[in-house]
Every structure is written in C-alpha cells, then in structure tokens.
Design a protein around this ligand. Sequence first.
Ligand SMILES: NC(=O)c1ccc[n+]([C@@H]2O[C@H](COP(=O)([O-])OP(=O)(O)OC[C@H]3O[C@@H](n4cnc5c(N)ncnc54)[C@H](OP(=O)(O)O)[C@@H]3O)[C@@H](O)[C@H]2O)c1
Length: 257
Amino acid sequence: MKTVLITGCSSGFGLETALLFLDKGWSVIATMRTPHDDLFRPSDRLRVLPLDTTDQDSITAAIDAAGPIDVLVNNAGIGMLSAVEGTDMAQIRAIFETNTLGTIAMTKAVLPAFRQRRSGVIVNVNTSTTMKPFPLFSFYSASKAAIIAFSDCLALEMKEFDVSVKVVIPGQAETRFAENAQSRASDGIPAAYADFAEKALAGLGAPSATTRIKDVTEAIWRAATDPNCPDHLPAGADAWALANAAPQTSPPQTQTK
Ligand SMILES: NC(=O)c1ccc[n+]([C@@H]2O[C@H](COP(=O)([O-])OP(=O)(O)OC[C@H]3O[C@@H](n4cnc5c(N)ncnc54)[C@H](OP(=O)(O)O)[C@@H]3O)[C@@H](O)[C@H]2O)c1
C-alpha cells in the first residue's frame, strides 16, 4: 500500500486531497498545524500528525513519525492581497517563510530517503497567479513563482534518481483561502491605493471561470500517480485558460547607443 504525506490538511485542498487518497485505498498522513480529530472518519490507513512547515523541529518530528512515504504533497500555503508599499518586511518574510521556504524545507526533508530508494514523487501546489501578473498579488505570486523555478531545477537533479517533481497549478477556488488572504492584508492597502484596490478587487470578484476543489484534488492525484503527467499541471477552467493563452512576453529590446 502506498503512503502520501500532505501538508495543510485542516481545510480546503489539503483536507479534500487526504479524503481522495483515502478513498483510493492509500495510507494517508494528514498533517496540520493544530490537529483536529473530527475532520476524518476513523481509518486504520489514516494518521493525523502535527506539522508547521515553518518550524524545522516540527518538520523533523513529523518526518520521523511518518516513516517511509511514497508521495509528498506540499499544499500548505498562505495568501496575501496587499499593495507593495503597504506591506511591511515582517509580513513579506512571513509569506515567503511558508510558501517558499516551508515547501523547500519539506522537500529537503524527504529527498534523502527518496534518493536512496530511487522512487518518490513531490507534488507542489502552486497558483495560476504565477501565469499572469495581477495587482496586489506581488508577494503571494513571487513566493509561489520561486517554487516553480525550484521545482523545475530540482526535477532535473532528481531524474537521475527516478524521483519526480510536479507542480499543480490551481485557479481561483472557494476555500477559506481568499478570506485568510484578505484578513492578512487588512492594513496592506494604503489610502492612496484604496480606489484602485476597490476596482482591482471588483474585477477579481466576478471571474468568468473558476476552479472546483475537485479539479485540484484530481490534478494532485494525477501528478502523484501518472508517470506521464506533465511537470506543470493546471487545475480548473480558469487555470487552463491562462495556461492556453498566448505567452505574455515583452517585445525584444533594441539596443541603442
Ligand atoms: N483557494 C484558492 O483560490 C487557491 C488558488 C490557487 C492556489 N491555492 C493554493 O492551494 C493551497 C491550499 O490552499 P486552500 O485554498 O486549500 O486554502 P486554505 O483552506 O486556507 O488551506 C491552507 C492550509 O495551509 C495551512 N497552513 C498555513 N500555514 C501553514 C504552516 N506554516 N504549516 C502548515 N500548514 C499551514 C492551513 O492551516 P491552518 O488551519 O493551521 O491555518 C490550511 O490547512 C495553498 O498553497 C494555496 O496557495 C489556493
């Protein structure tokens, strides 16, 4: 029986991904900062472990307790909607600490065993905001875009050892995420940006296509189990629309003296 360890299982994609892998007969290690026993029906294939991905001791303890795993799903993440000028360095460090360094630290924690066994899959849950610039998403998108570059380089390193690294790229979905991001940004929009931010947020509020939680859990399942899955897998109609849009590149610059 295969085993998956998933971060951020207290809600949203993480919780639903844990339930999907349980339904598929896998052994699931559902990790979360504050374990809740009432989220899952009891199962002898389920373990709920405490794990804060920004705390190295917590990572080491969870990986030791987990034992051998076949798939790591780096799902834990936080959002932030704020103007660059209105965001202080502590808030910026916090989002990179979770979305970027937390993912990297979890990945480093499983690599030695994956390399020695010459098997394993790492699935990093990213965001479609890395495919097109959106105002007020600078830090969130930057913290996630760094993981795309990290994953692509790591995939080349780990191919040598038969370990895969995949990125699942969801669009906008209805989880607690938007609410969490807005509360984190409550003081992040200075008065001079208020009108602009109102218009930008109104534009985000009525998308023509969105992502269902099921789109994301199925994409994570495919990334974990299908050897032919592309390295980057969009999840949801809006994410696919962005992926299929013409690449947004700047015109070539002409050098002038
Ligand atoms: N929903 C969307 O529209 C959307 C779109 C694209 C990508 N995503 C990505 O999808 C992932 C899951 O988000 P979601 O939509 O399911 O939102 P969510 O319901 O807010 O879930 C986020 C999860 O991450 C956990 N988490 C946050 N910081 C953590 C830390 N330091 N250590 C461990 N766990 C931590 C949260 O746990 P606590 O309960 O302890 O806070 C929660 O379980 C994120 O990486 C997000 O960037 C979401």
